[in-house]
Ligand binder design. Structure first.
Ligand code: GLN
Ligand code: ZN
Length: 762
C-alpha cells in the first residue's frame, strides 16, 4: 500500500480562531483555558481532516501556540537568562514572553529575535545559546498531544525540528561554538524520541531543511554523527528535507542511519531518480510530489509519469507527501466563494492537496483507470488554464518581447543625474524624508471597512483619504521635512493595493497564511500576465503635491516584492512575471513624472528574501531582479530622482546587485545595528546616495536628537556627507501620531545639527 502522509498543516484555523483566542488571552481578556481549548479543538479538526483524506498517520507536533522552533527551544530548556526562568517545566507565559517580550504574568523582557524561515515569509523565533548552554527536557507538550491524538483513535506520526537544523538556526558567539554543543543536545532529543516510542509512536519526522543549503563539511559530518546516536531511540525516524534539492548533500542524506527520507520533488524533480539510486534497500522514500508552497492544482498525469517508475522500484517503500509543510498555503479552497470560478478551478489549498495525494496513491495502487474521471477532470482544468485568456495577454507578451537593452538604463550616469537633480530639488545637505506610510489610525481602517462594506460611497471615502493626506502634508511641513510623502492612508497593504489594480492578480477572502505568531497575511494569487489598465497612484500623489512646494515623493511597490509576497505563477519563470510587473510599474512611474512628481520611491523589501538558498543560483537571480527593477525605473528623465527602500540590514553579499539597481537614493534599516551595515556600502564604495535609518520604527520609543546625530556622524565617517539622507528605518504605519511627530521633530533637529544650522545646545 502506498502510504500518504502530511508534513504539517496550517494551524491558525479556517477563521483564524487561534489568533483571536491568543490575542484575547494576551490582552488579559480571557483565561488561558480559552486558547488552550481552541488549540485542542483545532488539532482535533486538523487530524480528522488528514484521516478522512486517507493519511495513514496524522501529524502531531506541527501545531504550535506560537512557533515550532520556539516549541523546540522550550522543550530543550533553552530559555535566555533575561526571562528569569528558574528551571523545571517551561510555563506558557515564559514561552509567550520569549515570543513577544510580555505575557499576562511575569516581567517583560526583550523578545527573542524573529527571522524568516528559509526563503519563505514565515518567521520563526531564533534560539539563543548561552556559552556553556545546558539542555534539559523542559516541556511535555508533544507527549500530551500524542495522547490526545491516540484518544481520538488516530495513529500519530510526530514531527519536530531536527537537531542540526535547530542548532544551525540558533544564535551563538560563532558557528564553531554551536556545533560543539551538539553532543550535549543529542541526549535530550534521544530522551524525547524514547518517550514517544514508549507512547507507542512508530514514526518521528525530524525536519532538517538545512540539507538543501550549502553546508560546511563539518556540519555534513555532524549529520552522520547525530543520527547514529538517535537511531537507537526505539522508533523509526524520517529525516525531512524541503525547499530545494539536496545536491552535494544527497549522499549524506540518503545514507543517514534512519528509516526514511523525505525529499522535495517539486523544487528538485530532477534529483529524484538519483535519490532512489542512492537509497539503501530498507529505507522509505517520502516523495514530496504536490507543491506545499503554492496554490496551484497538481498536474496529476505529470506526477504519475514521474512516480510510476519509482513505485515500480520501491513498492511500499514509496510514500507520498506534499513537498513541505502545508503551513505556507491557505487551509481550504471550498470556503472561497468570491473567487472567479475559472481561477478557482485551477487551485488547490491544503485540504485539496491532501486529496490530490490520495488520488495519486490510488492511481499507483490500482492503475490510472481506477481514477479515470478524476484524471479527466484534472486534465480539463489544466488545459483550460493553459488556454485561458486570463492567463495569456498577447499585448503584454508583445511589449515584453520588444523591450530594448537601453530601456533598462537611465539616460546619464548617476554623477550627472545628481547634479541635475540637485539643481531641481534644491535640497539641503543631509536632506530629511520618511519611508512612505504614516500612522494607519483606527479611524482610517474603519473608513476603509465602511467603504468596502458599502456603508459609505466612493466620494466620501476619497474625501476622507484626501483629508488624511492634507493632515500628513501639514504635519511634515510644520516639522520641516525636506522631501514629503502623502502617507499611504489609502493603502491596506503594499502588495494588495497594487495587485487589486493590476490585471493578472486575484484575491481570496480567507486565504490566510501565517506570517508569525498570531499574524497572518493573505497573499494575492498571480494567475496571468500582468498589466496596468489605468493609473494607480497618480491622482493621490498629484493631490498631495498640489498641497506643498516641497518635493512630494511618489510611492510604489517594486517588481520583486509584488512577486515574492504573492503566490506566483508556476507556468513561467519568476523572471518573466517580474518583467511584466516592471513594465506596468514603468508606465505608472512615467505617469507620475508627467504629473510633476520629481521623486519616486520603489520599495523592494522582499529583494533579499527572494534570493535562492544556494549560492550557485544567486548570480542569475540578482541579475534578473536588477533587470526588473531597472526596467521599471529607468524610463524617467535625469531630473527625476528614483529612490528605493529595503528594510533589513544585511547587504554584504548583495551590495554589488544593490548598486546595479542604479537607484539615485536607497534607504535602509540601520538604527538597531548601529550603522555597522554601512561597512558593506563603504567597503564596496557604493556610488549613489544612502539614507541609513536613524529611527527604529519597530519601537514606540522616541529617539533622542543626540542619538540620531551620533548615528549619522558614524555614517558620515563611511559615506561622503553629500550622499547621505536622514530618515527612519521603515514606514510609520504601525506607529501612533504623537510618538511619530516627536521622533520626526528630533530627526529634523538632528539633521539641522549635522548641517551646522541647528541649536548647539545638546
Ligand atoms: N512605503 C512603505 C511604507 O512606508 C514601505 C514598507 C516596507 O518597507 N515594508 O510603509
Ligand atoms: Zn521598510
Amino acid at each position: 500500500m502506498t502510504i500518504i502522509h502530511n508534513l504539517g498543516l496550517p494551524r491558525i484555523g479556517a477563521r483564524r480562531e487561534l489568533k483571536w483566542a491568543l490575542e484575547s488571552y494576551w490582552r488579559g481578556a480571557c483565561a488561558v483555558t480559552e486558547p488552550l481549548t481552541v488549540a485542542r479543538d483545532l488539532r482535533a479538526r486538523h487530524w480528522a481532516m488528514q484521516a478522512s483524506a486517507g493519511c495513514h498517520y496524522v501529524t502531531v507536533g506541527d501545531f504550535s501556540l506560537y512557533d515550532p522552533m520556539l516549541d523546540m527551544s522550550a522543550r530543550l530548556g533553552v530559555v535566555p537568562a533575561r526571562f528569569g526562568w528558574p528551571g523545571g517545566p517551561v510555563d506558557l507565559d515564559t514561552y509567550f514572553r520569549m515570543a513577544r517580550g510580555r505575557a499576562p504574568t511575569g516581567q517583560p523582557a526583550f523578545a527573542c529575535e524573529m527571522t524568516k524561515w528559509f526563503d519563505t515569509n514565515y518567521h520563526y523565533l531564533v534560539p539563543e545559546l548561552a556559552s556553556g548552554q545546558v539542555f534539559a527536557l523542559s516541556r511535555d507538550d508533544l507527549f500530551e498531544q500524542v495522547e490526545e491524538a491516540k484518544a481520538l483513535g488516530h495513529a500519530p506520526k510526530v514531527v519536530m525540528v531536527g537537531p542540526l537544523t535547530w542548532l544551525w538556526l540558533a544564535k551563538a558567539q560563532d558557528d564553531f561554538a554551536k556545533l560543539e554543543l551538539l553532543d550535549a543536545l543529542l541526549p535530550v532529543y534521544g530522551q524525547i524520541l524514547a518517550r514517544l516510542a514508549g507512547q507507542g509512536v512508530t514514526w518521528a519526522q525530524l525536519d532538517e531543511p538545512i540539507l538543501v543549503l550549502d553546508l560546511p563539511p563539518e556540519w555534513r559530518t555532524a549529520f552522520e554523527r547525530a543520527y547514529h546516536v538517535l537511531q537507537s531511540a526505539g522508533l523509526k525516524i524520517m529525516v525531512a528535507t524541503y525547499f530545494g534539492g539536496l545536491e552535494d548533500n544527497l549522499i549524506t542524506a540518503a545514507r543517514l542511519p534512519v528509516a526514511g527520507l523525505h525529499v522535495d520533488a517539486v523544487s528538485a524533480p530532477d534529483e529524484l531518480v538519483q535519490t532512489v539510486d542512492w537509497l539503501p534497500a530498507t529505507k522509505v522514500l517520502s516523495v514530496g510530489c504536490v507543491d506545499g508552497r503554492n496554490v496551484w492544482r497538481a498536474d496529476l498525469d505529470g506526477a504519475l509519469d514521474r512516480l510510476a517508475p519509482i513505485h515500480a522500484r520501491l513498492g511500499d517503500r514509496l510514500w507520498l507527501a506534499p513537498s513541505c509543510s502545508l503551513l505556507h498555503v491557505p487551509l481550504d479552497l471550498t470556503v472561497e466563494t468570491g473567487l472567479d470560478p475559472d481561477i478557482k478551478s485551477w487551485l488547490a489549498f491544503a485540504r485539496q492537496k491532501l486529496d490530490e495525494l490520495a488520488t495519486l496513491a490510488r492511481a499507483l495502487e490500482q492503475g490510472r483507470e481506477a481514477i479515470a474521471p478524476v484524471l479527466e477532470e484534472n486534465r480539463a482544468a489544466l488545459a483550460a488554464r493553459r488556454a485561458s485568456s486570463r492567463v495569456r495577454d498577447p499585448a503584454v507578451r508583445a511589449r515584453l518581447a520588444a523591450v530594448k537593452p537601453e530601456d533598462g538604463h537611465r539616460a546619464s550616469p548617476y554623477a550627472e543625474r545628481a547634479m541635475i537633480q540637485r539643481a531641481r530639488l534644491k535640497l539641503p545637505l543631509y536632506p530629511t524624508t520618511t519611508i512612505g506610510s504614516f500612522p494607519q489610525t483606527a479611524d482610517i481602517r474603519a473608513t476603509r471597512r465602511d467603504y468596502k462594506a458599502g456603508r459609505i460611497g466612493q466620494a466620501a471615502y476619497e474625501e476622507k483619504m484626501r483629508a488624511e493626506i492634507r493632515h500628513a502634508v501639514a504635519v511634515q511641513e510644520q516639522l520641516g521635512l525636506d522631501v514629503l510623502v502623502h502617507g499611504e492612508a489609502e493603502r491596506n497593504d503594499m502588495v494588495e493595493y497594487f495587485g487589486e489594480q493590476l490585471a493578472g492578480y486575484a484575491f481570496t477572502s480567507d486565504g490566510w497564511v501565517q506570517s508569525y505568531g498570531s499574524r497572518c497575511v493573505k497573499p494575492p494569487i498571480i494567475h496571468g500576465d500582468v498589466a496596468r489598465p489605468a493609473a494607480m497612484t497618480v491622482a493621490w500623489s498629484a493631490h498631495a503635491q498640489s498641497l506643498t512646494h516641497k518635493p512630494m515623493k511618489g510611492m510604489l511597490t517594486g517588481p520583486i516584492t509584488m512577486l515574492k509576497w504573492a503566490f506566483a505563477r508556476d507556468d513561467q519563470p519568476w523572471r518573466d512575471t517580474a518583467l511584466q510587473i516592471a513594465l506596468a510599474l514603468r508606465d505608472e512611474i512615467l505617469d507620475l513624472e508627467a504629473a510633476g512628481i520629481g521623486v519616486i520611491q520603489v520599495d523592494e523589501p522582499a529583494f533579499r528574501e527572494a534570493m535562492p538558498l544556494r549560492a550557485n543560483q544567486r548570480k542569475a537571480y540578482l541579475a534578473w531582479a536588477a533587470e526588473a527593477f531597472r526596467l521599471a525605473t529607468a524610463g524617467v528623465a535625469d531630473a527625476t530622482q528614483i529612490h528605493t527602500h529595503m528594510c533589513y540590514s544585511e547587504f554584504n553579499d548583495i551590495i554589488a546587485a544593490i548598486a546595479d539597481l542604479d537607484a539615485d537614493v536607497i534607504t535602509i534599516e540601520t538604527a538597531r545595528s548601529n550603522m555597522e551595515l554601512l561597512d558593506a556600502f563603504a567597503g564596496f564604495n557604493y556610488p549613489n546616495e544612502i539614507g541609513p535609518g536613524v529611527y527604529d520604527i519597530h519601537s514606540p520609543n522616541v529617539p533622542e536628537v543626540e542619538a540620531m546625530t551620533r548615528l549619522m556622524r558614524k555614517a558620515a565617517a563611511r559615506i561622503p556627507p553629500e550622499r547621505l539622507w536622514v530618515n527612519p528605518d521603515c514606514g510609520l504605519k504601525t506607529r501612533a501620531w504623537p510618538e511619530t511627530e516627536a521622533a520626526l521633530a528630533n530627526m529634523v533637529a538632528a539633521a539641522k545639527r549635522l548641517r551646522g544650522t541647528g541649536s548647539v545646545v545638546a
